[in-house]
Design a protein around this ligand. Structure first.
Ligand code: ADP
Ligand code: MG
Length: 401
């Protein structure tokens, strides 16, 4: 990938940076600034060279209309607090006010433009519309740095078309994310363990398919475990089940066996009487799931303690661990133990440990872990999953050297 250095001396040059500053807001302020922090190294690298930096990003899904509650203004404020350089904001992307603000930028300053997705062209299916918008964004700029890893799987004006308008390169975040995910999927140091969970198995089929040929051990928890357990002939009560995926899952179980991949499913599950934080619940062994007091209505909402211990043992032996998908409904404390145990196992291990997935990253932080306890927490939910599926990501392709 082309790096920032390939753009030459950027002093007094105007550089557009595509970041992913799509952060959660609460009461008009930034509730979690993880993605803003992740954007800082590239922005500092540019401002310290004396570049004039224009930051563009989306926030939420305004679908091409102006939605004041999705303005990037609070994000620009937070960025200004974190970055030791002046940060200004303009409530447009390509209008007269935006152009005036851009022209007024001085060396080493940062300007944040309004939410890109207030403009329908940003996410248009029509390439000529995206191109026209990218051309407007590029006016007066000398270079483009792509650093929003969370959007590189999208074909959108500021991700793909803008890169073609200007000399362009990958920022430090995209460089790091790509290198980490490559290390996990390319030739990982062995033994390599992948832990998968989350809600739907259908969201993760591509990842399982691609990784089955590349890892030593696959540990399955979360809602997706029930489709696997059912495929093995267990009863799963009213737990999440994707009947239409039973054949696919069966074929994965067979493939794992043929390839000598250790695919481990839970041996015990926390079964609740209903989907609620205060629901009555108990630990059921998978072998005896039909005998639980909740019978056919029982809902499996977490892996059990024996499973958590088995998974932790596998993780302790690993040299590389990638984890995507909470082990249970971690949003409810009663069903967060499995997720917490797996996170702790990653923290305790000597392995190169990577967490990917939006909810997984949120889960480890909500459970009190910090980013520096892991080798890497990916900022890209969908993008990191598509990378792990072995797909070509359009936003990375345009940065290839
Ligand atoms: P990620 O965003 O990290 O890829 P997913 O979006 O696939 O993760 O899944 C996250 C969701 O999975 C969480 O909201 C969690 O509550 C849910 N989940 C985990 N285990 C279960 C389960 N046994 N039953 C229902 N939902 C579950
Ligand atoms: Mg998710």
């Amino acid at each position: 990938m082309r790096t920032i250095e390939s753009l030459g001396n950027l002093a007094s040059r105007t550089v557009i940076v595509r970041d992913d500053l799509n952060v959660p807001l609460r009461d008009g302020a930034v509730a979690d600034d993880g993605r803003i922090r992740a954007s800082l190294p590239t922005l500092s690298a540019l401002t310290s060279q004396g570049a004039k930096v224009i930051v563009v990003s989306h926030l939420g899904r305004p679908d091409g209309t102006i939605r004041p509650e999705l303005s990037l203004k609070p994000v620009a404020t937070r960025l200004g607090e974190l970055l030791e350089t002046p940060v200004s904001f303009v409530d447009e992307t390509i209008g007269d006010r935006a152009h005036a603000a851009r022209a007024a930028l001085r060396d080493g300053e940062v300007l944040v433009l309004e939410n890109l997705r207030f403009q329908p062209q940003e996410t248009s299916k029509d390439a000529t519309e995206r191109e026209a918008f990218a051309r407007e964004l590029a006016v007066g700029a000398d270079a483009f740095v792509s650093d929003g890893f969370g959007v590189v799987h999208r074909r959108q004006a500021s991700v793909t078309e803008l890169a073609a308008q200007l000399p362009s390169a990958a920022g430090l975040l995209i460089e790091r994310e790509s290198a980490v995910l490559e290390r996990v999927t390319g030739a990982p140091e062995r033994p390599s363990v992948v832990v998968l969970g989350g809600s739907k198995v259908s969201d993760k089929l591509g990842v399982i398919d691609h990784l089955l040929d590349r890892v030593d051990t696959l540990l399955i928890g979360g809602g997706m475990m029930f489709t696997f357990l059912k495929a093995q002939g267990h009863e799963v009560g009213a737990s999440l089940l994707e009947e239409d995926q039973l054949d696919t899952v069966t074929s994965y179980l067979e493939r794992a066996e043929q390839r000598g991949v250790k695919l481990m499913l839970p041996v015990d599950v926390v079964v609740a009487e209903r989907f609620a934080a205060d629901a009555g619940h108990e630990i059921a062994s998978v072998e005896a799931m039909t005998d639980t007091p909740f019978g056919a209505d029982g809902l499996g909402l977490d892996i059990g303690p024996e499973t958590a211990a088995l998974f932790a043992t596998e993780i302790a032996r690993a040299r590389t661990v990638f984890w995507n998908g909470p082990m249970g409904v971690f949003e409810m404390p009663a069903f967060a133990h499995g997720t917490k145990a797996v996170a702790q196992a990653l923290v305790d291990s000597e392995a190169f440990s990577v967490v990917g997935g939006g909810d997984s990253a949120a889960a480890v932080r909500a459970l009190g872990f910090t980013d520096d306890q892991f080798s890497h927490i990916s900022t890209g939910g969908g993008a990191s999953l598509e990378f792990l599926e072995g797909k070509t990501l359009p936003g990375l392709e345009v940065l290839a050297s």
